[in-house]
Design a protein around this ligand. Structure first.
Ligand code: BGC
Length: 474
């Protein structure tokens, strides 16, 4: 048995040396990450600039959110959450006394693929129908409650209730929505039904929702980050740096849309051949290059492409692929998390490979785990570089030697992967040594955050006379 074990280790070591050659382009040194962070910083400044933002790949969208919650907002709200494969409706009560956000009830509606890629009218009719069902079940149809709409796509916010979709990301591509006001499309769909109405609407990105819902608990939360199906972050920027919006005082939350980093070709040096294929075969080639190297929608596919290549080059499965392995999308991102589990990872890997119709041996299993590790660590390190850019910027903005801050985080990759958060945190620490960051995983995702934003919007935002400058008009 000892001889057999030593043999396996020997085979693994010699094969892994060869496999590592394929994995090398995925390894980013700390110096490289610093360089990437410096590039992102430049892009962020470009995105904030009055005359440069039009062409900026990192959009740095003003959100109109001018304050983090102070714990005194209250009331009943509806929250909608659209951004992944599901659509959620929530009924939320914000309690002033207990500083609590209570979720009264919620419902999840699936968004079928044909609706994700159909017409905008179909999508919003579907949303309005789900909301109608929910209101019925809660006996709320007679009321016109204010509504927080978490819409997790890049939008140019004209006002808190007017938000123009710039382009779809992730799996969506509904026609007739890009360039249009999403709040109006929602209201129109509700009016077409004519069986209920909604009150005032506040639109937010999920990053903002996450920041707000965490900010309700921890006042120093001034960054929101999502690493799920897509990836993105927002943070509180000094108004004087937000050149597109009138006013110099105070701060405004900026939705960075960091997923678009690299859309001008600036990440070509770190894109591997596998990243290039993932982008080319996606429904939106050329859009959200950074996101495609990081987020849950793409990680599984990167691993699959690597496994196919390694098999074709006879380094895995004795050179025999399977129909499932050759099918795009069949290697799910959740498999990566399962394979990297500390105790059950290898067993999980065996089951997954069997399910994919592959004939594996114990060396294959270990090599597959190595591939998963490498791809997820790169993702965590790229996120770390981007987050470090933000915290370093906040620190410099405020002229501080040392910054203590809190990041509200959400998203399946961050939540479910067994060591993603550790890897990310360790690298941010190295890239932003003068910042101490607390990571707060938002308790109930972005839905509650949207309700919080609605609450804050009513009390704070609408009283601020904050107008966009001429240059911004679309
Ligand atoms: C969208 C962002 C969103 C992120 C996380 C990206 O694809 O562009 O608006 O915040 O996904 O959901």
């Amino acid at each position: 048995q000892t001889i057999a074990r030593s043999y396996i280790i020997f085979v693994y070591l010699s094969l892994s040396l060869q496999v590592k050659k394929y994995l090398k382009p995925f390894l980013l040194s700390q110096e490289k990450l610093q360089e990437i962070s410096a590039r992102l910083k430049k892009n962020m400044i470009q995105g904030l600039g009055k005359h440069t933002h039009h062409k900026a790949p990192v959009k740095m969208l003003p959100t109109f959110v001018r304050a983090t919650p102070d714990g005194t907002e209250k009331g009943d709200f509806l929250a909608l959450d659209l951004g992944g494969t599901n659509f959620r409706v929530l009924y939320v009560r914000v309690m002033e006394e207990e500083q609590k956000v209570l979720k009264m009830d919620s419902q999840i509606c699936a968004i079928p693929q044909d609706i994700m890629r159909g017409t905008g009218e179909q999508l919003f009719d579907h949303i309005a129908a789900c909301l109608a069902d929910f209101l019925d079940s809660q006996n709320l149809k007679g009321q016109t409650l204010p509504l927080g709409f978490t819409f997790s796509f890049p939008c140019e916010q004209i006002e808190i209730d007017k938000s123009i979709l710039i382009h779809w990301t992730k799996g969506f591509s509904c026609s007739e929505v890009e360039g249009k006001d999403v709040v109006k499309l929602l209201r129109d769909a509700i009016h077409r039904r004519a069986d209920y109405d909604i009150g005032s609407v506040a639109m937010v990105n999920d990053t903002v929702g996450t920041m707000m819902s965490c900010g309700y608990k921890d006042q120093s939360c001034e960054i929101g980050m999502i690493i799920g199906t897509g990836t993105n972050a927002c943070y509180m920027e000094e108004m004087k740096n937000v050149k597109r919006v009138e006013g110099e005082d105070g701060r405004m939350c900026i939705n960075t849309e960091w997923g678009g980093f690299g859309d001008d070709g600036s990440l070509e040096d770190i894109q591997t051949q596998f990243d290039v294929v993932v982008d080319k075969t996606s429904i939106n080639p050329g859009i959200h290059i950074f996101e495609k190297m990081i987020s849950g929608m793409y990680l599984g596919e990167i691993v699959r492409l690597l496994l196919v290549k390694l098999t074709e080059d006879k380094l895995l499965f004795k050179g025999k692929t399977s129909e499932a392995l050759l099918t795009p999308g069949r290697f799910e991102t959740r498999f990566i998390s399962e394979i990297e589990e500390q105790d059950r990872g290898l067993k999980n890997c065996q089951n997954i490979l069997t399910e994919l119709g592959l004939k594996w041996d114990s060396v294959d299993v270990r090599l597959v785990r190595l591939v998963c590790d490498t791809v997820s660590i790169r993702s965590a390190h790229l996120c770390a570089a981007a987050l470090a850019t933000i915290v370093n910027r906040i620190r410099e903005n405020r002229g501080l030697d040392y910054l203590k801050t809190t990041v509200g985080v959400d998203g399946t990759v961050y939540r479910k992967h067994p060591n993603f958060s550790d890897k990310l945190q360790a690298m941010v620490h190295r890239l932003a040594p003068n910042c101490s960051i607390t990571f707060l995983v938002s308790e109930d995702g972005s839905g509650k955050g949207a309700a919080m934003v609605t609450a804050v919007a009513h009390l704070v935002l609408l009283t601020l006379n904050c107008k966009l400058t001429q240059d911004q008009s679309m």
